[in-house]
Design a protein around this ligand. Structure first.
Ligand code: PAF
Length: 294
């Protein structure tokens, strides 16, 4: 595995690979790798000859009250994990390499509307930071495929939109959420949970699954489902940012064109903010005609 610390070197290496007609898959990360990241890496390996993994804790996506310095940095364990997965190329740029003119002077990328709802409301500027770094990395690496986890469903939707709107020639591949045995979605933030919080955390997925199953069984009063789920989580000790049922493709209200539903949640346990989501498809448009009219 080659570890590359600067963009110019990475460009040279990848240009050489592309001259040999090799396909490149890219997995962007902020490190502190877990099984969820390794799923992305495995999928990337199945798609391309060269897999580039980046580790960069992007300061642009942290707001002033979120602690950038406290973000877990575990480079040496991350390297070993990627080495065991047989990764070709690890890119670990410095902040000055990524923002040579300083991050304050960086041109930024805004994906409108979809960035200001849900997590965008609670974390102003977060998705602008994500969109900006993802654009920079895609332009630098020019991968055939870029892989993102479905756990960060809003992030995935934003990236799909920016790739479409800005004509990137990269296929975005979504990889399903990896969960612990009790259903808790794997996340770098889970390490912040104390023992009691960790015991309670799987209720997030239980609540999502219950809601999904009720819809699948034909229960169509979404407002009631949402308020029941919110009540259950708040009563159990979560501080709720949102629990909502939306169109999975637009992240807007469900309507007669909805073909897939997404149920999304963000909830805090103590200092730790957890997000999760599930999706289900709608089988017949006519059925939805009836539901949307209610
Ligand atoms: O999902 C993440 O880890 C980050 O938001 C990403 C996509 C690597 C951008 O910094």
């Amino acid at each position: 595995m080659q570890i590359i610390y600067n963009s110019a070197h990475l460009r040279t290496v990848l240009n050489e690979e592309r001259r040999k007609d090799r396909l490149v898959a890219f997995v962007p990360t902020m490190g502190n790798l877990h099984e969820g990241h390794l799923e992305l890496v495995k999928r990337a390996k199945s798609l391309a000859d060269i897999v580039v993994v980046s580790i960069f804790v992007n300061p642009l996506q942290f707001s002033t009250d979120e602690d950038l310095d406290k973000y877990p940095r575990t480079l040496s364990t991350d390297k070993s994990l990627l080495f065991s997965e047989g990764i070709n190329t690890l890119f670990v740029p410095s902040e000055t390499d990524i923002f040579p003119d300083g991050r304050e002077n960086q041109t930024t990328v805004v994906v409108p509307e979809i960035s200001s709802i849900l997590c965008g409301k609670d974390r102003p500027g977060h998705f602008e930071g994500v969109a900006t770094i993802v654009c920079k990395l895609l332009n630098l690496i020019c991968p055939d495929y870029a892989l993102f986890g479905e756990k960060d469903y809003q992030q995935l939707s934003i990236i799909r939109k920016l790739v479409h709107d800005l004509e990137f020639d990269t296929k975005i591949v979504a990889v399903g959420t990896v969960r612990d045995e009790d259903g808790l979605a794997l996340s770098s933030r889970n390490v912040y949970l104390n023992a009691d919080e960790r015991k309670l955390a799987p209720l997030i997925f239980d609540t999502l699954a219950h809601c999904r199953d009720a819809i699948a069984c034909g229960f169509d009063n979404f407002l009631e489902l949402e308020s029941h789920a919110r009540f259950k989580l708040i009563e159990s000790g979560f501080l709720l940012d949102y629990f909502t049922i939306l169109d999975a493709h637009t992240l807007a209200e469900i309507n007669e064109d909805t073909t897939e539903i997404s149920i999304l949640v963000a909830a805090r346990l103590g200092e730790t903010r957890l997000i999760d989501n599930v999706r289900l498809s709608v089988n017949t448009a006519t059925e939805w005609g009836i539901l949307a009219a209610q």
